[in-house]
Design a binder for this molecule. Structure first.
Ligand SMILES: [Zn+2]
Length: 290
């Protein structure tokens, strides 16, 4: 067993139960992927994932699952799936689950199961794929979201929001706007919030503002081509204690997880900033269980 605390973590990988995915979404991912056989093998076999992580020198990966029945086909069944996968992956997986109040009869019970029964590590909300604005608990459109945030806050589970646009058929990119998450951070000051993709490409200035405004708001840099990261986030070094390495592999446009990691390590940033981004911040947010 490698020393996981010394190795990098990819905080944003999509290994999901693809048999649930609707055909249009599936094709969006499968198109032009030369590494499809590898992806398929990893989907079905946590041990294959462990072997692959050893091969590429990665400690842990966060597997991002969420519930988006209409756009993606994913139901709440992703939660027990993510827990089972994580439990079989020898400590190498951080398991994200999801909740979609419009498709859930009892949100309180779902959150209880997320925390107590499946012991998931975090929740992912994908506003453009769920058709839900993060502040929908304030507008009356989805009051149950308040319970989702409260339950995560009480249990110490971080919550990740997709921020920025999405190219999947049916996705509503308007809902990827980042500034509305200010309300969530104000109303739930203890909730740890990760802004996936840092609002790319339209709302990165909003993400940067939230990062500096709220002590518990973080970004991940997934989905941003590493070579252009400093163009998109020129002040990344200033916020390197709140930025997490992630790839979004195997989403469209993300070719190779290991190459992304190497390119991040080669950026013109101080060495300690790079170490925080690829390794230390993820350890602080998701400590290795003793
Ligand atoms: Zn993603």
């Amino acid at each position: 067993m490698p020393n996981l605390a010394a190795l990098p973590t990819d905080i944003h990988v999509h290994i999901q139960p693809w048999d649930m995915m609707n055909p249009r979404a599936f094709e969006t991912i499968r198109e032009n992927r030369e590494d499809f056989p590898l992806i398929e093998r990893l989907m079905g076999d946590p041990k294959a994932l462990v072997a692959w992580l050893d091969e590429i020198g990665l400690g842990r990966v966060a597997l991002i699952n969420y519930v988006a029945p209409d756009v993606m086909g994913f139901t709440h069944e992703v939660n027990p799936w993510a827990a089972r996968y994580r439990d079989a992956a020898e400590g190498r997986v951080i398991g994200f689950g999801g909740v979609h109040p419009p498709a859930c009869d009892d949100v309180k019970d779902m959150m209880r199961r997320v925390v107590e029964e499946w012991r998931l590590d975090a929740i992912k909300i994908h506003p453009p794929h769920q058709g839900l604005s993060p502040d929908a608990y304030r507008t009356g459109e989805c009051p149950e979201l308040e319970h989702v945030y409260g339950a995560c806050s009480d249990a110490g589970l971080p919550i990740m929001f997709h921020t920025g646009t999405s190219v999947f058929p049916g996705a509503r990119s308007r809902l990827g706007r980042t500034l509305v998450i200010d309300d969530v951070a104000v109303d739930f000051p203890d909730l740890k919030i990760i802004l996936a993709h840092a609002g790319r490409p339209l709302w990165m200035d909003e993400a940067f503002f939230l990062l500096r405004r709220h002590p518990n708001v973080y970004i991940d840099v997934s989905g941003i081509p590493p070579k252009r990261l400093l163009q998109y986030l020129p002040r990344l070094a200033e916020v390197s204690h709140k930025a997490l390495f992630g790839t979004d592999w195997p989403s469209p446009g993300v070719k190779d997880l290991k190459r992304n990691l190497d390119q991040i390590r080669a950026l013109a940033l101080p060495e300690d900033a790079i170490d925080r981004i690829v390794r230390k911040n993820a350890l602080d947010l998701f400590p290795i269980p003793s």
